[in-house]
Design a binder for this molecule. Structure first.
Ligand code: HEC
Length: 116
């Protein structure tokens, strides 16, 4: 019984640390994939008003919506038109990352979806 509890504790600790690594890689991908050039998250970014603020993106968009936006933004906002997001107007110029590796796409989208 004691042994079972330690196994459970170790498993729980592993799950927690894996979640932390996952989240960290999502936020570092936000920088390394260039998203930070156009978007801000909680005041971090160089985006100014080029793209919408993503600090609470997970409270309004689903995981699959975010993945599509990353790979094919034109499926949501026709390129070059005006996109109205959060009561503001943006020129739809987000580049599609069609060839982003699935592992990166999953980590980045999961990170954004976690921002409530
Ligand atoms: C050149 C500037 C630019 C870059 C780089 C960029 N975006 Fe965007 N993003 C925009 C703009 C402008 C919009 C508004 C709609 C559009 O253009 O499709 C947008 C919209 C979004 C939205 C929807 C926001 C909402 O509130 O609905 C998400 C999510 C998003 N971008 C994520 C990303 C991620 C993740 C990256 C990096 C892989 C990225 N963007 C790179 C400019 C950019």
């Amino acid at each position: 019984m004691k042994k079972n509890i330690s196994v459970l504790l170790i498993a729980t600790a592993l799950i927690f640390s894996a979640t932390a690594v996952f989240a960290a890689s999502g936020s570092s991908l936000f920088k390394s994939e260039g998203c930070i050039a156009c978007h801000n998250i909680n005041g971090n970014g160089q985006g100014g008003s080029v793209g919408p603020d993503l600090s609470h993106i997970g409270s309004k968009r689903s995981l699959s919506w975010i993945k599509t936006q990353i790979t094919h933004p034109g499926a949501h906002f026709v390129s070059g038109t005006t996109a109205n997001i959060n009561g503001r107007s943006y020129r739809a110029i987000m580049p599609g990352n069609r060839h982003m590796a699935a592992s990166k796409l999953n980590a980045l989208a999961a990170y954004l979806e976690s921002l409530k």
